[in-house]
Structure formats: C-alpha cells, structure tokens
Design a protein around this ligand. Structure first.
Ligand code: SF4
Ligand code: SF4
Length: 180
C-alpha cells in the first residue's frame, strides 16, 4: 500500500465527515407524503383517462393507433359502429401493471381522447385490479384540450351529429386541397 493511497484514503474520510456535518444542519428535503401533497407539473405523465368532446360525447373513435404505438402492448380495444357510421370502442382496456407511462398513446391519438394526467396514486394490492376498463378510464371532462373536437378540425363530412349548431359539421372538405 503506497503512501499516496493512504493520504487519499484519509482525505476521502475527512471529506465524508465534513459533508455529513454540513448537511446535518441544512434544510430538510424529505417530503412528508401523503400528509403533505406533492407538486406535479401539469405535463406530468400519470394516470391515463379517456376524455369527452366539449359537447360531452365520446372522443375515442377506436382507431387503434394508441394500441399499435404502445411499446408494451397494454392497451386493448374493440371497434364498433353506431347507426351513423361513427366508430366507438365497444370495450377499451389498459393494463396498468404493464404501462410504463411513456405517453406515446397520447401523442398518437388524433382525437385527444386518451390523455395522461398528473396523478400517480395508482398502486393496488391485487394485480387484476390494475386492468382498467372503459368505465374506469372515462371522465366527464375534456382534459387538457378544452375546445378540441376531432371532426371540426379534420372537416370530415359526416352525419354523426346532425343536432349540432356548429356549421363545420356540415361543410364537406376537399382533403386534396391540403396536400402540397
Ligand atoms: S403510456 Fe406508454 S406504455 Fe402506457 S399505455 Fe400509453 S403507450 Fe402504452
Ligand atoms: S384513444 Fe385515441 S388513438 Fe386510441 S383508439 Fe381511441 S381515438 Fe384512437
């Protein structure tokens, strides 16, 4: 064992003692969760929800994009169709025991139906309870996108919602005009 090594070892010991003493009187960083709530940014990727259009109707059109893009294949759904030809998910399930909260499903979704919200309190004792069905995922509100309605933005001509007063629903759009 060289002298140089011994000096270095003594120095690291002194440094450790110094750092310990320094932090002994510093402000406490420990958060007393759950007694004190934790601040999470609005863009935090936690619990996944299925949101509604501003008119309160289901946003999801069962396009399966979220399921395809999911790297762990934890989303499963089945498409169905109403009498106006509008697609909707007959069932929609997310297995949260596999989800890695990457947010790719939210990015892929054209209708802004699926969203990740700042809520991380999802733990459970039973693994089966981590499989969330459509009823567990659905919320009444629009989530982060308050005015977004897929059919108004795309201009797709449809007979889905003839009761609406918004004229954007009845104006057919030539999608080829949008091409470069
Ligand atoms: S957050 Fe990622 S892992 Fe979780 S359901 Fe969405 S795509 Fe899948
Ligand atoms: S949540 Fe979005 S991406 Fe997934 S099926 Fe519904 S509309 Fe498509």
């Amino acid at each position: 064992m060289s002298i140089q090594y011994i000096i270095l070892a003594i120095f690291t010991q002194i440094r450790s003692i110094f750092l310990t003493m320094k932090h002994m009187f510093a402000k406490r960083e420990t958060r007393l969760y759950p007694d004190h709530s934790v601040y999470l940014s609005p863009r935090y990727r936690g619990r996944i929800v299925l949101t509604k259009n501003p008119d309160g109707k289901e946003r999801c059109v069962a396009c399966n994009l979220c399921s395809v893009v999911c790297p762990v294949s934890c989303i499963s759904l089945q498409k169905s169709q109403n009498k106006f030809g509008r697609w909707f998910p007959l069932f929609f399930r997310i297995n949260f025991s596999r989800c890695i909260f990457c947010g790719l499903c939210e990015e892929a979704c054209p209708t802004a139906a699926i969203q990740l919200i700042p809520d991380f309190e999802l733990s459970d004792f039973n693994r089966k309870d981590l499989v969330y069905k459509k009823n567990d995922l659905s919320i009444l509100g629009t989530g982060k996108y308050h005015n977004y309605n897929f059919y108004e933005k795309t201009g797709v001509y449809n007979q889905i919602d003839t009761s609406t007063k918004n004229s954007a629903h009845s104006i057919p759009v030539n999608i080829k005009d949008l091409l470069p």
